[in-house]
Design a protein around this ligand. Structure first.
Ligand code: GLU
Length: 673
C-alpha cells in the first residue's frame, strides 16, 4: 500500500517539471519506478503501426538503441520533442487509425478468409504475366500518418500495368494543368472495354477550342493513358521521360534522392515492355488514331528523303510522336513495385499529394482532387459502376493483379493477387475491398448510417462503444430531452446499454428524471435488467422516486431484484475523480471491460484521471475486476488507481471480482489488503 501512494504522487511531481509530457511519460511507467523501459517504449510505438525503418523514426530508434534499457523523464522529454509530434500522437492514440492492433486483427481474419478463394484466371496475353505464381496474395495498407499494415506477399514485385494510369494522369496535370490535359482526353466513363478503339465524340461536353472533337473517354482507358503519357515531357528523350516518371513514382512511395535510408525507385522490367510492344496491336492502332484525330502532339518531323534503292519500294514512315508515346506507355506499364510501395503511393493520394513517410509534396492538392473522381467512376474497368456502389472508394486495378484503393484523408490500400475475373479485376482484390467496406465505415457515402455493427477505423473501439450509448445515458441522467430527441431522429437505439448493461431508462430512474422516463417509454423502449439483474424500477425505488416507481408498476412486468455484493459497507472508501469529458470516461471503462491496456494507456496519456468515475460511480478498476481483465487491473493498480473506490451501491472492485468469480483478479487485489 505504501508503494501505491507514492505512485499517485509521481504524476504530480512530473507535472511540476513539464505538464504536457508528464501524462505521456506516466502512461508508460511501470511498477512504481520513475523510469520507463526502453523496450516497452519501442513496443508501444511499433504496436501503433509505425515501423523502426520509417525514415522519420530511424534516428529515434537509433538513439533508443544507444540509450540503455531505462529512460528518465528529462531524457524522455528530449526524445519526444525531437520527433515532431509523431511519438506524441502514437502514445495518445491519435494516429490516423488509433486502434491499430484491433484493425490489424480484423484485417488478418479477412485476409485468411479471402485467401481460400481460388477462382479467376491469370492474364495470358504475354508470357511474363502468364507465368507468375497465381497463388500470391498480399495486402498492404499505409495510413496518412505512415502506419503500415502488411500481410502475405507484400514485398514481392509485381507489374503495375493499368495501375499506372491515374499517376500518368496526375503527372500530366502537374506538367500542363487540367485544361490543357483535357483538351486531349475526356473525363467521362466509357462503358466500353478498356482497349476499345472508339473515341468520345465531344460535341456537347465542353469542346474547349473546337480543335479536338474526338478524344479518349478518360485517362483510365488505354487510349486515355497513352494520351496522358504522350503529354509528359514531349521535348525530352525517351530515357529522360522515363527517368522523370520513375522518380515521380519514387517520391510517391517514399524515395528521396537525399536520403540514404529511403525506398528504391520502381524497377523497370524490360522484357515485359518488349512483350507489350510485340502484342499490343490495339494500343498501337490507338496511338495512330490519336494522331489522326490530332490529339497527340506532332513532333514536326520532316519527311526525310527516300533512300530505298529499289524502284518499287519506299522507306515506310512511322510517326515518332506515336512510337514515343507508345514506348513510354509500355515502359510505364512495365514498372514493378511491391504492395507496400503501392499502398504508400495510394496513401500519398489519400493524403492530398503529400507522401506520409517523407512529408514530400509530390502532387498538388488540386491535381489529386481532380484525379480521384475519375478513379471513382472509371478505375475498375467495366465493373466501375458496381464497384462504386458496393465499395464506394476511388480505386484502380491492373492486369498484373493489383488493386489500389484510396480512402481519402485516411489510408491507401494495395491488394495484390494475380487471378483475374472476366472484367480484368483481381478476384481476391475485389473480395477484400468488399469485406473492408462492409466492416468499416469508409464508403464515401457512409456518413449518415448508424449501424453499430460496423466500425469507424478513425475511432478506438472503446470510443465507438462509448459513442453508441454514452450520449443517451448522460442525456437521460441529466434530463436532457432535446438530445434524446435528436438521437431518435438519427435512429440511435435508446435501449442500448453500457458495459454494465445500464440503459438510459436506468439512469433516468435513478436520477428522478420523470419526463425522460415517460419520453423513453413513449418511444417504445422496454425496461431491461442490468449486470446485477436490476431493472430501472429498483433504481427509482432506491432513490425514492415514487412517481417513476408507479409508472413501472403499471407495466405488468415481472421485475427481478438486483444482487449487489458489498462485503464491508463501513470499510475504507477512496476518492473517485470527476472528469468533464464524460464520453472519455465511458471510453476508459469500455477499454477496461475489453482488457484493452493499449486503449487505457492512450487515455492516461491524454490526461484522463485513472480513477475517473461514471454516473454510477463505476471506475475502470470496477469494470476490469468484474470482467476479469487482469492485465488492465495490473496496469491500473501500478499506476496508482485507488483500491477502495465504491460504486453507487457501495461495492469495491474486490467485491466485483468476488461476485463475478474472477479468481485471478480477486487473488491479485487481495494481496494489497
Ligand atoms: N499494358 C496493358 C495494355 O495496355 C495494360 C493492361 C491493363 O492492366 O489494363 O494492354
Amino acid at each position: 500500500m505504501k508503494k501505491h501512494a507514492f505512485k499517485a504522487n509521481l504524476l504530480e511531481k512530473l507535472k511540476s517539471i513539464s505538464k504536457r509530457e508528464a501524462n505521456l511519460f506516466f502512461s508508460l511507467c511501470e511498477d512504481q519506478s520513475e523510469v520507463i523501459k526502453t523496450k516497452r517504449f519501442k513496443e508501444v510505438l511499433l504496436n501503433s503501426g509505425l515501423k523502426s525503418n520509417d525514415n522519420r523514426l530511424y534516428k529515434l530508434f537509433q538513439n533508443l538503441d544507444a540509450h540503455g534499457d531505462k529512460i528518465v523523464f528529462e531524457d524522455f522529454i528530449e526524445i519526444v520533442r525531437t520527433s515532431e509530434l509523431l511519438v506524441e500522437k502514437a502514445l495518445r492514440g491519435e494516429l490516423a487509425i488509433p486502434d491499430f492492433g484491433d484493425f490489424s486483427k480484423n484485417l488478418d481474419s479477412m485476409f485468411e478468409d479471402v485467401k481460400k478463394i481460388k477462382s479467376g484466371e491469370l492474364a495470358s496475353y504475354i508470357p511474363p504475366l502468364a507465368e507468375v505464381d497465381p497463388d500470391q496474395f498480399g495486402v498492404a495498407i499505409v495510413t496518412t500518418d505512415g502506419q503500415i499494415y502488411q500481410r502475405g506477399d507484400c514485398n514481392v514485385d509485381f507489374s503495375i500495368q493499368s495501375m499506372c494510369k491515374p499517376f500518368n494522369y496526375c503527372f500530366a496535370m502537374e506538367k500542363l494543368g487540367l485544361e490543357k490535359v483535357h483538351k486531349h482526353v475526356g473525363q467521362e466513363p466509357s462503358g466500353r472495354q478498356f482497349d476499345d478503339l472508339t473515341l468520345l465524340a465531344r460535341t456537347a461536353i465542353g469542346n474547349l477550342d473546337g480543335k479536338f472533337d474526338r478524344v479518349p473517354f478518360n485517362p483510365m482507358v488505354n487510349a486515355g493513358a497513352i494520351m496522358t503519357a504522350g503529354l509528359i515531357g514531349t521535348e525530352e528523350s525517351h530515357s529522360q521521360r522515363l527517368r522523370y516518371i520513375r522518380q515521380q513514382f519514387g517520391r510517391l512511395i517514399g524515395w528521396s534522392p537525399k536520403d540514404e535510408f529511403s525506398t528504391e525507385l520502381p524497377r523497370f522490367n524490360k522484357d515485359m515492355a518488349r512483350q507489350e510492344n510485340f502484342t499490343g496491336y490495339n494500343n498501337i492502332a490507338m496511338g495512330y488514331l490519336l494522331m489522326a484525330t490530332g490529339n497527340l502532339p506532332h513532333t514536326q518531323t520532316k519527311l526525310h528523303n527516300d533512300i530505298h534503292p529499289d524502284e518499287d519500294e519506299f522507306d515506310f514512315y512511322t510517326e515518332p510522336a506515336v512510337t514515343e508515346a507508345l514506348k513510354l506507355y509500355f515502359s510505364i506499364c512495365s514498372l514493378e513495385m511491391t504492395s507496400v510501395e503501392f499502398a504508400t503511393a495510394a496513401a500519398t493520394l489519400a493524403n492530398s499529394g503529400v507522401c506520409p513517410i517523407t512529408q514530400d509534396r509530390v502532387l498538388s492538392q488540386k491535381t489529386v482532387r481532380n484525379c480521384l473522381p475519375v478513379l471513382q467512376t472509371s478505375g475498375m474497368y467495366n465493373a466501375s459502376g458496381t464497384f462504386f456502389q458496393q465499395v464506394g472508394l476511388p480505386a484502380k486495378s491492373g492486369v498484373g493483379g493489383g488493386v489500389l484503393l484510396i480512402v481519402p484523408r485516411l489510408m491507401g490500400i494495395c491488394i495484390f493477387s494475380p487471378r483475374l475475373d472476366k472484367q480484368g479485376n483481381s478476384v481476391r482484390g475485389l473480395e477484400m475491398a468488399k469485406r473492408l467496406t462492409s466492416k468499416y465505415l469508409v464508403h464515401i457515402f457512409d456518413g449518415t448510417m448508424t449501424d453499430t455493427s460496423r466500425l469507424d477505423p478513425k475511432l478506438p473501439i472503446a470510443r465507438w462503444l462509448a459513442n453508441s450509448c454514452g450520449e443517451a445515458i448522460w442525456a437521460a441522467s441529466n434530463g436532457n430531452i432535446r438530445t434524446l430527441e435528436s438521437l431518435v431522429s438519427q435512429q440511435r437505439d435508446l435501449a442500448e446499454g453500457d458495459y454494465d448493461f445500464r440503459t438510459p431508462l436506468h439512469l433516468a430512474s435513478a436520477e428522478g428524471q420523470l419526463e425522460v422516463v415517460k419520453f423513453l417509454l413513449d418511444q417504445g423502449v422496454k425496461p431491461r435488467a442490468d449486470r446485477w439483474g436490476g431493472y430501472p424500477i429498483s433504481d427509482a425505488r432506491n432513490n425514492n422516486h415514487q412517481k417513476i416507481v408507479d409508472i413501472f408498476e403499471k407495466l405488468n412486468i415481472n421485475y427481478t431484484e438486483p444482487f449487489h455484493l458489498v462485503e464491508n459497507p463501513k470499510g475504507k472508501s477512496d476518492k473517485i475523480a470527476k472528469f468533464d469529458d464524460e464520453l472519455m470516461v465511458i471510453e476508459l471503462l469500455f477499454a477496461a471491460t475489453r482488457n484493452d491496456v493499449e486503449g487505457i494507456r492512450h487515455l492516461v496519456a491524454k490526461g484522463v484521471p485513472i480513477n475517473a468515475g461514471d454516473y454510477d460511480l463505476r471506475t475502470a478498476l470496477h469494470l476490469a475486476s468484474a470482467e476479469g481483465s487482469l492485465e488492465v487491473v495490473k496496469y491500473l493498480v501500478s499506476h496508482g488507481h485507488p483500491l477502495f473506490v465504491r460504486d453507487r451501491w457501495g461495492a469495491t472492485p474486490l467485491d466485483e471480482a468476488k461476485r463475478e468469480k474472477r479468481s485471478s483478479v480477486y487473488n491479485f487485489l487481495k494481496t494489497f489488503k
